[in-house]
Write a protein that binds this ligand. Sequence first.
Ligand SMILES: [Zn+2]
Length: 304
Amino acid sequence: MPSTLRVQLQLRIVSDDDSVIRDEVILQLDKSSDRLETVGLCLEDSKGLLGRLQHAVVEAQAAAYVNRHRCCSACGRHLRGKGQYPIVFRTAFGHVPLASPRFYRCRCQPADSRTFSPLTELFTEHTAPELLYLESRWASLISFGLTTALLKDVLPVADTTNPETVRQHLHKVATRQDADLGTSELDLSDDGLTAGQASPVPREAIIVGIDGGYLRNWHDKRKKFEVIVGKSIVEDRDNRYFGLVRSQDAAPKRRLRAVLERQGLPVDQPVTMLTDGGDSVRALVNDLPAGSEHHLVGSTLPCG
Ligand SMILES: [Zn+2]
């Protein structure tokens, strides 16, 4: 028996009318079977495989999208082309360069512009949401540099991936999340009215503890800022932690509520809140749902 196996990956892409769009060997691996470390796929094999597969799939999807927009949607006339320009779709499985064609609009319909590029409607962003997710998730846990190294170790991300691009993507996601959160503060007690819709959890079953502390600004050592950290304790799950910078946050109460919600807490129900009674911490929790209790270290205060 030969000691080397040739593994060929054949990719076949078929459209819904059974016509074959692509049918070719996209990857060939020569695998010897004489040592333990050669058994199975190695990371480089997997990255090569994923990268080529991604290229082929994205190219086929883009081509299919362009084909569907090649004719006028009103009269069906074939649209005249006006060249093409390069775009790049950045994904967790590598950057995929694409040619984005431009077409003259059909004269049967009034339009603001003479030409259009169908792919701009498909690629509303040039970075895949999953790549942004991976970068943001890991960059919020470890440094930008380690995030870059981790992604490059396990995925065929582009060679150009570096700590700065990861940082830019994280900030982009953070800005969007801030926009989703809104800037107006809301009164947590307002939503107490809806409490009856969810199955009520006994107040004692949910305890949220928060505390604040001051850190020195790295860039301007004379300045300090306050970080508020907390822990949510719920009877039927592990404890969860959270943190926020009140002075940097346009809507700290809303963020606290969004974080607690993401941690699975029914924030419209009464909770037991533990704090050290500091002004900034109290300001965050002074609008708790009706029936909540706010405990200070060594004393107990009803809230509102
Ligand atoms: Zn037309």
